[in-house]
Design a protein around this ligand. Structure first.
Ligand code: AMO
Length: 425
């Protein structure tokens, strides 16, 4: 007999089936035992009556520990009182794997175990329906990001993970011993996606990045994944519009494919609108000091003021943006740049902009940021042999999942978080 999944069984409501799954919960009421069996697709009630079923079946259901794995065969019938309206009366049952009787963390739907303890036992935490729901949504996010840019004729590229110099400037790099040379784990695919856009025009990628930021915050990881694009012949405005459309496509797909997961997470999502503000306008709205980055509180304020909206803040002062972002005017008079950030549900989900494709200007900006031009020779040289104007952006996969699902801590949206204190599991 072929294994059935619980969701299909709940839909059909009748017939003999073979199920495999985890013991979600058990309840004993004298002569009757109830068990909730969980698989990838749902939960079904398993019922055993001491007088009506085989003794072995009854005894196993009575004694089995939570999260043990069972295989069972039996008859399904309609029952309005059972979750999903169906229950199964097994006549054959096998214990495929026994779970120890006391679990180190509570994995029930009502678990109050704190996040750090849950992360210590992440493999068990994945048994929780809420946790599974987060990652099913995340999987739809990454799949629809890819789907959207494939449908627009983009090429999926694979950047290197080991690099020779900082791509974002700064010192937040993890060193790697690379034979006789020193190297680093990639901080971002920035320089490589630009080189690709200058030949293959439209590229996208999903890649891990590593940042040795020492602080532990609810929105930063030391290893995260970025969803990036880079396109030739386009400026800040065009790529902001592309981000708006891509995010709307992704949220539509989540709404379409993750109904059950959104129910488990008790979330009602809306496809977001977009609002475009210049940095100057944002400073006025938030009454913040000119020349500073937005604080997490500022981002929250924007989220409250513009709910279910992607707030694009464009035309930032050049000194707040990385060396590769194009100044607004070539002689840098305005001190503004073609760089932007996008805030969604009160948190930054993306930054991007137009890049400098003029080697002399790029060298000038590298020096102005206190970096060594020598370390960027091959990158700067790539713009000497026919390089068009180009722009792009990056969205953090875990950060976007956090924003979309309103998660307090980004670690909830990362399978195996790497932070200052955590390297295991
Ligand atoms: P930036 O550094 O802003 O830009 O990163 C882009 C997006 O990646 C996510 N992100 C992070 N997520 C978790 N933990 C972190 N430590 C972390 N750092 C960043 C955020 C952020 O908006 N090369 C540029 C992008 C570009 O111009 O194309 C860059 O990396 O969602």
């Amino acid at each position: 007999m072929k294994r059935s999944y619980i969701a299909e069984v709940l839909k059909k409501k009748r017939g003999r089936v073979l199920l495999k799954g985890w013991v979600h919960d058990t309840r004993k009421l004298g002569k009757i035992c109830f068990l909730l069996l969980r698989d990838l697709t749902g939960i079904i009630q398993v019922t055993a009556h001491i007088d009506k079923q085989d003794k072995n079946v009854f005894n196993l259901i009575k004694k089995v520990n939570r999260e043990s794995i069972l295989e069972l065969k039996g008859k399904t019938v309609k029952n309005g009182k059972a979750p999903g309206g169906v229950e199964i009366f097994p006549d054959k049952i096998k214990l495929l794997s026994k779970a120890q009787s006391s679990l180190p963390v509570d994995v029930s739907d009502f678990s109050k175990t704190e996040l750090p303890k849950r992360l210590d036992y992440r493999f068990l935490d994945f048994h929780r329906r809420k946790v599974q729901a987060i990652f099913k949504v995340q999987s739809v996010i990454s799949m629809s990001f890819r789907e959207y840019f494939y449908s627009k004729g983009f090429l999926e590229m694979q950047p290197p993970s080991i690099i020779s110099s900082a791509s974002e400037g700064g010192t937040d790099l993890f060193p790697v011993k690379y034979f006789e040379k020193s190297a680093f784990l990639a901080q971002s695919p920035q320089l490589y996606k630009q080189m690709l856009a200058c030949s293959m025009e439209k590229v996208f990628l999903l890649t891990p990045v590593w940042r040795a930021e020492k602080h532990n915050t609810p929105r930063h990881l030391n290893e995260s994944r970025q969803m990036d694009i880079e396109t030739a012949f386009s400026g800040q405005k065009e790529v902001m519009k592309q981000l708006e459309k891509a995010v709307q496509f992704i949220v539509k797909k989540v709404l379409e494919k993750c109904k059950q997961e959104l129910e488990i997470l008790k979330l009602k999502l809306k496809v977001p609108k977009a609002k475009y503000l210049s940095y100057d306008e944002t400073v006025k709205i938030l009454r913040m000091r000119y020349g500073e980055d937005l604080s997490p509180e500022d981002e929250k304020k924007l989220g409250k003021k513009f709910p279910d909206t992607i707030v694009f803040i464009h035309s930032w002062p050049a000194k707040l943006k990385p060396f590769y972002i194009m100044p607004k005017d070539e002689n840098e008079k305005s001190k503004l740049s073609e760089g932007f950030d996008a805030i969604y549900q009160g948190i930054e989900i993306s930054s991007g902009g137009q890049r400098i494709h003029i080697p002399e200007l790029l060298e000038k900006r590298i020096k102005a940021k206190g970096l060594n031009v020598k370390n960027f020779k091959s990158y700067v040289d790539s713009f000497r042999f026919g390089a068009p104007k180009h722009s792009g952006w990056s969205v953090g996969l875990e950060r976007f999942t956090q924003a979309l699902l309103g998660l307090e801590n980004i670690r909830e949206a990362c399978f195996f978080p790497r932070d200052r204190d955590r390297l295991v599991p």
